[in-house]
Design a binder for this molecule. Structure first.
Ligand SMILES: [Zn+2]
Ligand SMILES: [Zn+2]
Length: 271
């Protein structure tokens, strides 16, 4: 039996950096045989310039998209409501009040921006114009510190794309998270002890092997809760890289991939 595959990190036009519709994403997910699709639109507390954004999220457009399609698609593919929450530690208390929506199944905790002490600018924006590896190291140090705060706050179900900054800094910097391994271990331990997980984010199928060090550590520390996400901003990227991702998880000793119902992990065998 093929493994139960679910894309738990997808965007539509509601995210602002995608033109996809939910219908296009569902159609593609169904076409490639996924059992589930989770909508995880952006809700960032900081924009790329470092300006603060609302600490309240209006789920109505998200719910409405699914409401309009539900009758046609229910029973053919399971669609879940999630959110990709960026830099929630800017105001953890306010954010938590907004996460009580009964329809909300899943929360990805991401860090797209530097901390306010570094100006809060988008890591993507910063990295693309960065010419000094020392400054890049400073951003990584700040990133790890923010992740420690996020792990402590626990305002998520899975930590989002932990290797995010490595996607964008110039390749010739040869950056890695290795210098922070001890602190990352502590973060992962906290995640595991708190019953939370991490996502294996394939970045539209382009990052698979880059996850090996982190997946190896997480498993060694007892981590089992993994969701798979393509981070698709285009329908064609839904489920991208999942075959290789599952193969890698199996090789590294993982037995399950997870989906979520009302913020609770559901385990699906991959062995
Ligand atoms: Zn993200
Ligand atoms: Zn995303």
């Amino acid at each position: 039996m093929p493994p139960y595959l679910a894309d738990y990190h997808t965007h539509t036009y509601i995210s602002g950096d995608s033109h996809s519709t939910l219908l296009e994403n569902i159609t593609q997910a169904h076409r490639i045989g996924l059992s589930e699709l989770c909508m995880s639109e952006h809700w960032n507390l900081l924009n790329q310039k470092g300006e603060r954004l609302p600490t309240h999220y209006d789920f109505a457009p998200v719910l409405q998209q699914w409401e309009e399609l539900k009758n046609t698609w229910a029973g053919r593919i399971d669609v879940r409501i999630g959110i990709e929450l960026g830099n929630s530690t800017v105001d953890t208390d306010a954010v938590e009040k907004c996460l009580t929506l009964p329809e909300l199944d899943f929360v990805i905790g991401s860090l797209h921006s530097t901390s306010l002490s570094l100006g809060g600018v988008g890591i993507f924006t910063y990295a693309k114009s960065c010419t000094d590896p020392t400054l890049a190291q400073r951003v990584l140090e700040d990133y790890i510190q923010q992740m420690e705060e996020l792990a402590q706050a626990g305002t998520f179900d899975v930590l989002g794309h932990i290797i995010y900054p490595l996607r964008y800094f110039p390749a010739e910097f040869h950056l890695s998270l290795d210098p922070w391994q001890d602190r990352l271990d502590s973060i992962l331990r906290q995640v595991i002890e708190g019953g939370k997980g991490m996502e294996f984010n394939t970045t539209q199928g382009s990052t698979i092997r880059a996850w090996i060090p982190l997946l190896t550590r997480y498993r060694a520390l007892g981590g089992e809760i993994i969701t798979l996400g393509s981070d698709a901003h285009r329908p064609a990227c839904i489920g991208a890289g999942f075959d290789q991702a599952v193969e890698l998880l199996q090789t590294l000793g993982y037995r399950w991939v997870c989906t979520y119902r009302q913020r609770t992990p559901q385990f699906h065998s991959i062995v």
